[in-house]
Design a protein around this ligand. Sequence first.
Ligand SMILES: *[C@@H]1O[C@H](CO)[C@@H](O)[C@H](O)[C@H]1NC(C)=O
Ligand SMILES: *[C@@H]1O[C@H](CO)[C@@H](O)[C@H](O)[C@H]1NC(C)=O
Ligand SMILES: *[C@@H]1O[C@H](CO)[C@@H](O)[C@H](O)[C@H]1NC(C)=O
Ligand SMILES: *[C@@H]1O[C@H](CO)[C@@H](O)[C@H](O)[C@H]1NC(C)=O
Ligand SMILES: *[C@@H]1O[C@H](CO)[C@@H](O)[C@H](O)[C@H]1NC(C)=O
Ligand SMILES: *[C@@H]1O[C@H](CO)[C@@H](O)[C@H](O)[C@H]1NC(C)=O
Ligand SMILES: *[C@@H]1O[C@H](CO)[C@@H](O)[C@H](O)[C@H]1NC(C)=O
Ligand SMILES: *[C@@H]1O[C@H](CO)[C@@H](O)[C@H](O)[C@H]1NC(C)=O
Ligand SMILES: *[C@@H]1O[C@H](CO)[C@@H](O)[C@H](O)[C@H]1NC(C)=O
Ligand SMILES: *[C@@H]1O[C@H](CO)[C@@H](O)[C@H](O)[C@H]1NC(C)=O
Ligand SMILES: *[C@@H]1O[C@H](CO)[C@@H](O)[C@H](O)[C@H]1NC(C)=O
Length: 464
Amino acid sequence: MVPLPKEGIISWMILLGRLPTGDRLLRWGMQINAFPPCQTCGSPNESPPAPKPGASLPEPGAPEASPPELAPIPPPELSPEPSEAPRDDKVFDVTEYDAVADGWTESRLAFLAAWKAACDHPGNSTFYIPEGIFMVAPITFHGPCYNDLSPNVKIKGTLLAPIRLTAFKSHHWIAFKNLKGFAVTGGTETGKVDGQGEAEAWQQSSCLKAARCKKLITSMFFINVSHASISNITLLNGKGFHLGLHKSNDINIYNVNIIAPEDSPNTDGIHVSHSSNISIFSSTIGVGDDCISIGSGSNNISISDVRCGPGHGISVGSLGKYKTETDVVGISVRNCTINGTENGIRMKSWPGGRAINAYNMTFEDILMINVSNPIVIDQEYCPSHKCKTTKPSLVKVKDILIRNISGTYNTKSAVTLLCSSDAPCEDIRLVNISLNYLVPHTPRQGRFNIKGFLNGLQVINSKF
Ligand SMILES: *[C@@H]1O[C@H](CO)[C@@H](O)[C@H](O)[C@H]1NC(C)=O
Ligand SMILES: *[C@@H]1O[C@H](CO)[C@@H](O)[C@H](O)[C@H]1NC(C)=O
Ligand SMILES: *[C@@H]1O[C@H](CO)[C@@H](O)[C@H](O)[C@H]1NC(C)=O
Ligand SMILES: *[C@@H]1O[C@H](CO)[C@@H](O)[C@H](O)[C@H]1NC(C)=O
Ligand SMILES: *[C@@H]1O[C@H](CO)[C@@H](O)[C@H](O)[C@H]1NC(C)=O
Ligand SMILES: *[C@@H]1O[C@H](CO)[C@@H](O)[C@H](O)[C@H]1NC(C)=O
Ligand SMILES: *[C@@H]1O[C@H](CO)[C@@H](O)[C@H](O)[C@H]1NC(C)=O
Ligand SMILES: *[C@@H]1O[C@H](CO)[C@@H](O)[C@H](O)[C@H]1NC(C)=O
Ligand SMILES: *[C@@H]1O[C@H](CO)[C@@H](O)[C@H](O)[C@H]1NC(C)=O
Ligand SMILES: *[C@@H]1O[C@H](CO)[C@@H](O)[C@H](O)[C@H]1NC(C)=O
Ligand SMILES: *[C@@H]1O[C@H](CO)[C@@H](O)[C@H](O)[C@H]1NC(C)=O
């Protein structure tokens, strides 16, 4: 642990030196300045903020179609957002295929029959779940469908997962597979997807013993899906992750609400892996694990206007554990509020493991409220504490910009950089960080916890 050389505003960085830290060497460079406000970093021109995701994808004015509750569904391909009610949109209502909205009668086969009809329909179609509570066993909505496009999915009612884990043969409850060009939405009222994790899934003994429950079920899983949007739905009490994207591209997720108790195990809000061009915005996520986690193979993922908390914050990783992993590139997290979480923004990789790269990431304009560890790079991630921590992580973390982060925190470390000695972190920039320690009258040290090798650390105009 290396305390900050001095309290206060740190600006510029030029020096390159070496500091022994136990058995490791820390390479770092930092120069303390009084205040010349940063000339090179703060200018909005340096890296213009991404356009607001919503901007190029206008929400439609609440369109009056007939019947009104069957809201207009999007023209696929060009934009997954609804724009104009397609005239030939045929609606396939699950209750017309004998689904029963009593919260009890299991309706999987009825859902599949309605799906097949919608999927095969030679024209635009909507798979429609009306008001009411539907109990549905694990189900996969397969494509490809007619014209290689998908029906839109409108969830007005509530979907309930079976309580018993024995009902699940795979790791998903509701899966969408091999589909293109569609919207999954609750419409103007928000549909609900209730994983019912509390009764059995969270009680598994493995959840208590290890950091990972043995049987983790993702509530809504999208695999090989493209040009889609997921909006206006509430996911709650997932048995495991709430929303999962895998091998999927060009997806917008917005106006989504994800809720699970702070102490529910492994209930990540959204997990992304091996996917590209994903935008997650205008959403609220409070869960028992990461609000959003960006896993291996993710490319061009943008997160903005997300309110996160409780939970473990917004994470990249964990990385480096599995053979199939590939690089994580082009992640941006902007304009978010992170409130009452264990971590704020975090990158995590396992000791040992795969040599992949994680680079070109920006975290900016983030407000932290009473967060335990606001900024973390942890290359010794091992939640089960059963790793060979002597082996350094081989994940190369580089080109990370962390800018305009403000707010409060409640542990000794505002910034934790535990980098690998085999694959040193490279080009980490902390700019305009202003974080206040919530606990008064305690020694102001250890706020900057650095370990391992680090090439090119810049701390500019920051205090914490
Ligand atoms: C960084 O701080 C400087 C001075 O405090 C300010 O002028 C600049 O706008 C800030 N930049 C960002 C991106 O917050
Ligand atoms: C489906 O809807 C889109 C947009 O609303 C429209 O352009 C297209 O012609 C419709 N498809 C068919 C087969 O009618
Ligand atoms: C992905 O889905 C498309 C349909 O959208 C299908 O044609 C393709 O075969 C699927 N790919 C795989 C690997 O299954
Ligand atoms: C989502 O809900 C908002 C109101 O909460 C509404 O304005 C918007 O049209 C809805 N979006 C869709 C796709 O139905
Ligand atoms: C990243 O994804 C967004 C959609 O989320 C897309 O508009 C943009 O063009 C993509 N950028 C790159 C470099 O692929
Ligand atoms: C991501 O978006 C860019 C820009 O629109 C596009 O060129 C690229 O093919 C997309 N990537 C994938 C995997 O769809
Ligand atoms: C930032 O997020 C807030 C709500 O969290 C939203 O009202 C505002 O429009 C967003 N600003 C930008 C520039 O995206
Ligand atoms: C970094 O990632 C962003 C997406 O977050 C992308 O727009 C940009 O082109 C990437 N820059 C480089 C140098 O790869
Ligand atoms: C942060 O969370 C606390 C506890 O849930 C809540 O009382 C407070 O209003 C939140 N603050 C903000 C700014 O959202
Ligand atoms: C810094 O981030 C806050 C959100 O925490 C935002 O309100 C403010 O506009 C940002 N400042 C600049 C200069 O972008
Ligand atoms: C901050 O969070 C801690 C738990 O992490 C909690 O005990 C404390 O009451 C919170 N403080 C405030 C001011 O919300």
